[in-house]
Ligand binder design. Structure first.
Ligand code: PLP
Length: 389
């Protein structure tokens, strides 16, 4: 297999995670809502998973963990659920221009329903100014939704400062920590987070499972109607196997976080420095320091990001042009756009995201072949013969 450098899009499941899940597909197949023995067995596993996940981000009560189908659902439940619950107090929501499409689209849907949204800008490094967040707050602001770390650039937002602002004003603060969890310390108490989104498949767990942390006492209008599962916040038969898998993945992510941060940080820096040094017309997208240790987003002048992605794929290197969700649509990245990057002058942005399987030899191989691949695309573009990959 090739070199996978797209860990922000998804991660392989750890063998321990698969082992932990297996019994819940056959011998322990019970419905956690059933009251007989097999149902109670499933319920116990679900509650243990809830407890493990709650403790992974400093939540005091396991009941604050709501299992959902993934990060997208958690983001929707957070933004729409909190906005609708507080609609008598106000209808103004603050978010940023670089959020994941799950948050931006949920906000756009709310706009159609009479809510007012402020999409805060970021600077050229992808950073947000807490003073600007403060300045955007109004008496009718009920929700702030900002990501902990950006999926395209890895840039980290000042979550604790924003949490403090929200706490002082009694505003619900939703943080999307899908990319941050397992790579940075996440603590809902210390950081003043009211609602927190996590996704299983970004932390070497299964796809199709996610978590919304809901601080006890926070009102949320359910977005899925049906049975009384998840304390009435999210109807539907619990995905016990996936919850068990996600809990195992969360525990392992916390255990390996420190060593992986250092290891991946060194490899990422080597890759990034090598590219910027060896290839002219390249530029890093995102603040050098306030960034996830595994992510590097680089623009290549006179190179379309989709051409480079495909060319690298043919060489056995898997990277992403923008975000995975957006890359099928050939839309320019809204994140890079918000940072002032323009494809015609800056070139396309490629995201290299490293993870558990990344080795020094892989990074060296990418550094060896990338200059030639970029050169070929540039020459083809100059000659107007289209892109030969
Ligand atoms: C920051 C962020 N939020 C939300 C999501 C959506 O998560 P899921 O794929 O579990 O729906 C992603 C996935 O790319 C993400 O990176």
């Amino acid at each position: 297999m090739g070199i996978y450098l797209d860990y922000n899009a998804t991660t392989p499941m750890r063998p321990e995670v698969l082992d932990a899940m297996k019994p819940y597909f056959d011998s322990r197949f019970g419905n956690a809502s059933s009251t007989h023995s097999r149902g109670r067995e499933a319920k116990r596993a679900l509650e243990e998973a809830r407890e493990t996940i709650a403790s992974a981000f400093g939540a005091r009560e396991k009941e604050s963990v709501v299992f959902v189908s993934g990060g997208t659902e958690a983001d929707n439940l957070a933004v729409k659920g909190a906005a609708w619950a507080a609609r008598e107090r106000g209808r103004h929501i603050v978010t940023s221009a670089v959020e994941h499409p799950a948050v931006i689209s949920a906000c756009q849907a709310l706009e159609q329903q009479g809510f007012e949204i402020t999409y805060l800008p970021v600077d050229g490094e992808g950073l947000i100014d807490p003073e600007m967040v403060k300045g955007s707050l109004r008496t009718d602001t009920t929700v702030i939704s900002l990501m902990h770390a950006n999926n395209e650039t890895g840039v980290i937002f000042p979550i604790s400062e924003i949490g403090q602002l929200a706490r002082e004003r009694g505003i619900v603060f939703h943080a999307d920590a899908v990319q941050a969890f397992g790579r940075l310390p996440v603590d809902v108490e210390a950081q003043g987070v009211t609602l927190l989104t996590l996704s299983g498949h970004k932390i070497y767990g299964p796809k199709g499972i996610g978590v919304l942390y809901v601080r006890p006492g926070t009102r949320i209008v359910p977005q899925m109607h049906g049975g009384e599962q998840e304390r009435g916040v999210r109807a539907g038969t619990a995905n016990v196997a996936a919850a068990v898998g996600m809990a195992c993945a969360a525990r392992l992510a916390i255990e390996s976080m420190q060593t992986e941060r250092l290891r991946l940080g060194m490899l990422r820096d080597r890759l990034e420095a090598g590219i910027l040094h060896r290839i002219a017309g390249t530029r890093r997208n995102g603040d050098r320091d306030r960034r996830l240790p595994n992510t590097s987003n680089i623009s290549f002048q006179e190179v379309r990001e989709d051409s480079l992605m495909v060319a690298l794929d043919l060489e056995g290197v898997e990277v992403s042009a923008g975000a995975a969700c957006a890359s099928g649509s050939l839309e320019p990245s809204h994140v890079l756009h918000a940072m002032g990057r323009r494809p015609d002058t800056d070139g396309g942005g490629i995201r290299f995201s490293l993870g558990a399987g990344t080795t020094e030899a892989e990074i060296q191989r990418v550094l060896d072949l990338l200059p030639g691949v970029v050169e070929r695309i540039r020459t083809a573009t100059l000659q107007g013969v289209g892109v030969r990959v």
